[in-house]
Design a protein around this ligand. Structure first.
Ligand code: G1P
Length: 280
């Protein structure tokens, strides 16, 4: 594990997962498996690979399964101890040992900005990463968060990961505009949450990986509700971009939108063929 200046990673995980109903009626969407591992574990593994050892999870009602998952299950462990099934628990045991998990609840769903602000109590006064677990990122070499930590060491400011999307899909994302300061790195000068194609400043969409400096908390507090009457991190980041600078990074790798059924199926097929089978 590389020494990192960023030790904490925030996982907003209070959302309802309505696109996966009825499966998510009594189960957090973050626990949906990609092959045999819940989505959120991929995010936690990516954070650990980037040198983080403190996972701050924003939960809500009905999300207890996440806290149980990152804990020991004595009965199960006892039952399979010494059998050939123990190998299935190796990965998760390692993950649990490599990080501390803390939780706080978002009482009302007032948007991603509000969810991140709810995490202030777990983060404190230090730069931190944010992972939206339903954006599953795959990279055969360095994980996306590792790539962003490298960039943070150089620029010491908030960073968002971006990718190009078809113009007709801008309404699903925060969309940025900026000037390229080195290949694949842009200094942001505009950001809009979920614009219609004709209002989008570009086709560069934010995906669910952020590094944020802690002044973002005060900015969020002063950010009025925006799109969908929710407090948007995109709006707070535009303020921060104007004040001191925010960077957008075209990450290396592939991202699956596991918040949609199509993206979730695609991720399952891809991970089954390229990751699971390769290890089996
Ligand atoms: C959130 C953000 C959006 C970002 C997206 C990435 O939207 O608000 O700016 O582009 O995540 O997945 P959500 O998908 O939660 O509606």
């Amino acid at each position: 594990m590389s020494e990192s200046v960023i030790k904490k990673c925030l996982f907003p995980a209070a959302g309802y997962g309505t696109r996966f109903l009825p499966a998510t009626k009594s189960m957090p969407k973050e626990m949906l498996p990609i092959v045999n591992k819940p989505l959120i574990q991929y995010g936690v593994e990516e954070a650990i690979q980037a040198g983080m050892d403190n996972m701050a999870i924003i939960t809500g009602r009905g999300k207890q399964a996440i806290a149980d998952y990152f804990d020991t299950n004595y009965e199960l462990e006892h039952q399979i101890a010494g059998t050939d099934k123990e190998k299935y628990l190796v990965d998760i045991r390692e993950t649990i040992n490599q990080a501390v998990f803390s939780y706080t609840r978002q009482i009302e769903m007032k948007g991603l900005g509000h969810a991140i602000l709810t995490g202030e109590t777990l983060i404190g006064d230090q730069a931190f990463a944010v992972v939206l677990a339903d954006d599953l990122c795959y990279s055969s070499e360095q994980g996306v968060l590792s790539q962003m930590v490298e960039l943070y060491k150089k620029y010491q400011c908030s960073i968002v990961a971006i990718e190009e999307v078809p113009a007709e899909e801008t309404h699903k994302y925060g969309v940025i505009a900026g000037e390229e300061i080195e290949p694949g790195v842009l200094r942001i000068n505009d950001m809009v949450e979920k614009p219609a194609p004709e209002d989008a400043p570009s086709n560069l969409a934010i995906i669910g990986r952020y590094i944020l400096t802690p002044d973002i908390f005060n900015i969020i507090r002063q950010t009025p509700p925006g799109r969908n009457n929710e407090v948007q991190i995109t709006d707070a980041l535009l303020t921060q971009a104007k004040q001191g600078g925010v960077i957008a990074y075209k990450f290396k790798g592939r991202r699956f939108d596991c918040g949609s059924v199509a993206g979730f199926m695609e991720a399952n097929n891809f991970f089954y063929e390229n990751v699971y089978k390769a290890l089996d």
